[in-house]
Design a protein around this ligand. Structure first.
Ligand SMILES: [Zn+2]
Length: 141
């Protein structure tokens, strides 16, 4: 069989949530030093942008790597619905004990999506604002 072109396809979803960045093992002074305004006691909000990228050959019959409706539904169920209009430090069971930086959120979201997409999952990108985002591809080191 001839080799199939490998393509990447991305679905973007958004949600709004609040969080506080801090390390509970540190004095507040050190948290202020490291996290600045993001250590605000009652949290602060972001409009999150989550991009889920799947990679693989397009099916010759459908022309798709995967139906984007499926990517949308699973990402909604696993990430958007549990996180939207929530405080990420308190309201989301599977984020408890995790400092909700974009880095940690990208990894947590990856872990939620991996059982659904397996090897096709290529990249999860989490953006807090137009100036910073984090990308995770499942690598460990
Ligand atoms: Zn923040």
């Amino acid at each position: 069989m001839p080799k199939q072109p490998i393509v990447e396809i991305t679905r973007v979803l958004t949600f709004a949530a609040s969080h506080r960045l801090y390390n509970p093992d540190w004095e507040n002074e050190r948290n202020d030093e490291v996290f600045g305004k993001c250590n605000n006691f009652y949290g602060h909000g972001h409009d999150y942008d989550v991009r889920v990228t799947l990679r693989g050959p397009a099916d010759p019959e459908t022309g798709m790597v995967i139906n984007l409706n499926i990517v949308d539904r699973i990402t909604r169920e696993e990430i958007v619905e549990p996180c939207d209009h929530k405080h990420l430090n308190h309201d989301v069971q599977w984020l408890r004990g995790i400092n909700p930086t974009t880095e940690n959120l990208a990894v947590a979201f990856w872990d939620r999506l991996l059982p659904h997409f397996g090897e096709a999952l290529y990249k999860v990108r989490v953006q807090e604002n137009p100036r910073n985002w984090c990308t995770y591809r499942g690598e460990k080191g």
